[in-house]
Design a protein around this ligand. Structure first.
Ligand SMILES: [Zn+2]
Length: 258
């Protein structure tokens, strides 16, 4: 049996984030209710297989969405609920299934979102999905393999194909580049003397002609480990998320270009 669940958390900047996942009841249970609590505790403790998306969140609130017969069935429902969640909570606040990266390629996402918008019940949605031309990462998700490399035995977060963690200056830039076509909008500033190393995010989208964008700083406390780099990248990306959402809703200066 597989449990499909959602977890809601709040980031340090106060934004709500939603995550949809599935897990084996036998592995995390023995009951579905215990599996839900154990899996959520694992996410909160950043244990093996925990969601990167939730790492800068606290106060995680788990909810059971459904219990289905098998793991493969759970993966289908996981994707279905992820897409529904993106519709109800907003694209920039929801992740799940193979759509769990902080920065998502929005272009390839839209056909998937349309399937859920037009078919809000699972059987109808599944029929539409099977008729859709499927991306490699979607096929890999449904096959239960690593969606990054296609092999079994590990999750994408532990994929050997991403052991090249970007050097400082890389993580946030990559995330930011997906949202904002501004070079070096997020950059790393090395510590000197009394100043700790930190990430900076230049909010340049809302800047007007002749005026520089507002400069926001994301601090990274030493010791400066992989985890902190990642977290700083997450927070920087979140600042971008907020800006993108503002543009999408037409409140920001850049609404016309969005
Ligand atoms: Zn892999």
């Amino acid at each position: 049996m597989a449990l499909v669940y959602s977890i809601e958390g709040r980031t340090q900047l106060g934004t709500r984030r939603f995550y949809v996942g599935s897990c084996s009841v036998a592995e995390w249970g023995p009951t579905a209710a215990q599996a839900l609590q154990n899996r959520c505790a694992n996410h909160a403790a950043r244990g093996p297989g925990s969601a990167v998306w939730l790492r800068c969140c606290s106060g995680l609130l788990p909810s059971a969405l459904c219990v289905v017969d098998s793991g493969p069935e759970g993966l289908k429902y996981e994707l279905f609920h992820t897409l529904l969640g993106m519709h109800s909570h907003g694209l920039v606040y929801t992740r799940g299934a193979h759509l769990c990266s902080v920065a998502l390629p929005w272009g390839s996402l839209s056909p998937l979102l349309e399937t859920a918008e037009d078919s809000p019940t699972f059987p109808a949605w599944w029929l539409r999905l099977t008729n859709l031309e499927q991306s490699d990462s979607l096929k890999r998700h449904l096959a239960g393999t690593c969606y990054r490399c296609g092999k079994g035995g590990h999750r994408a977060s532990h994929c050997p194909q991403q052991d090249h963690l970007p050097v400082p200056g890389g993580v946030g830039c990559v995330y930011a580049a997906h949202y904002l076509p501004v070079p070096k909008s997020v950059y790393f500033e090395g510590g000197t003397g009394m100043r700790p190393p930190r990430w900076r995010y230049r909010k340049s989208v809302g800047s007007k002609k002749g005026k520089k964008g507002k400069l926001m700083t994301v601090k990274v406390a030493p010791p400066f480990g992989v985890e902190q780099i990642h977290e700083a990248g997450m927070m920087a990306a979140e600042l971008c998320d907020v800006e993108v959402e503002r543009r999408r809703e037409g409140r920001g200066c850049g609404a016309q270009q969005a």
